[in-house]
Design a protein around this ligand. Structure first.
Ligand code: GUN
Length: 282
């Protein structure tokens, strides 16, 4: 029998804790906590994410400042806005929604955000600190996965964890977090020979590939914890994950669904990071 990890329920629980933290901050310091959300262009998925991020701010009592710029925005204009936000005392966190329009240099724009306001945990200083297991702002999706494991009572210590995917946003920070939690970690990617063999060894398998139903039942060890970070569309256009959920679930001790698993945790951890950034700035 497998247990479904309910990301929505965990997310609600954590948001309540964050709301209390925000309230306490406001009472103690007599000011608001501010998150700037920057959306450039009209990527429809990004619009939905941004809307949900702003909604989450309202829910936990964080003041959001939204900036919608047209797709034709120049590199200079984008950099000017970010620089303004860096120097704005009301703003504790800056989020530039990715992907940016192709003509913009994302790396350059993101590099303007100091680690103290980098609530995405993307910058080199935050990533480096994570590698060294020092306090920092951690990328929201992998940090959300760790929170879910913790709340389910799943301790990675001494376990064999396999992360499939090596992106800077998910795979790499995920591997570091699991390593910092004393798991033995293998990171697999598109050039890994015999991926199935690697996956079959996993006590904790994290799928962050970006390909619908890529992880099949024959790749999963009996009793494994399976975490699906994917947000894909199946052959009928229906939302699904990187894991072939229906066939894999029976082999698992725990599994996250898509939707309703990791997804809801990502935005919650953004709220968590914004509160953390505010607390560290005083
Ligand atoms: N685009 C997709 N996921 C993310 C995220 O976590 N942060 C930002 N800034 N953009 C994204």
């Amino acid at each position: 029998m497998f247990k479904l990890i309910d990301g929505k329920a965990h997310s609600q629980g954590i948001r309540q804790e964050i709301s209390k933290g925000v309230e306490e901050y406001k009472k103690n310091f007599g000011k608001e906590i501010g998150l700037a959300v920057v959306l450039i262009g009209d990527n429809s998925a990004s619009k939905v994410y941004v809307r949900n991020k702003i909604k989450a701010c309202e829910e936990v009592g964080i003041k959001s400042y939204s900036y919608y710029l047209p797709a034709e925005t120049s590199q200079n204009q984008a950099e000017e806005l970010v620089n303004e936000l860096v120097n704005d005392e009301r703003i504790n966190g800056i989020l530039v929604q990715l992907p940016l329009p192709e003509h913009l240099n994302s790396e350059k724009i993101l590099s303007l955000i100091p680690m103290s306001k980098d609530v995405d945990g993307f910058c080199a200083e935050n990533m480096g600190s994570l590698c060294m297991n020092k306090e920092c702002l951690v990328a929201c999706t992998p940090n959300g996965v760790m929170k879910m494991l913790e709340r389910e009572g799943i301790d990675p210590k001494g376990k064999k964890a396999v992360v499939v995917g090596r992106s800077n946003i998910v795979g790499k920070p995920m591997a570091m977090l699991l390593l910092n939690a004393d798991a033995t970690v293998t990171v697999c990617h598109s050039k890994t020979p015999d991926l199935k063999k690697q996956c079959l060894e996993a006590d904790i398998l994290v799928a962050a590939i970006g390909r619908a139903k890529f992880i099949t039942a024959d790749m999963v060890k009996e009793g494994a914890v399976v975490i699906d970070v994917g947000m894909d569309r199946d052959e009928n256009g229906k939302l699904c994950g990187d894991v072939d959920f229906e066939n894999v679930k029976e082999k698992c001790s725990y599994i996250t669904p898509v939707p309703g698993g990791v997804g809801p945790m990502t935005i919650t951890m953004l709220m968590y990071n914004t509160l953390e950034a505010a607390k560290r700035s005083v």
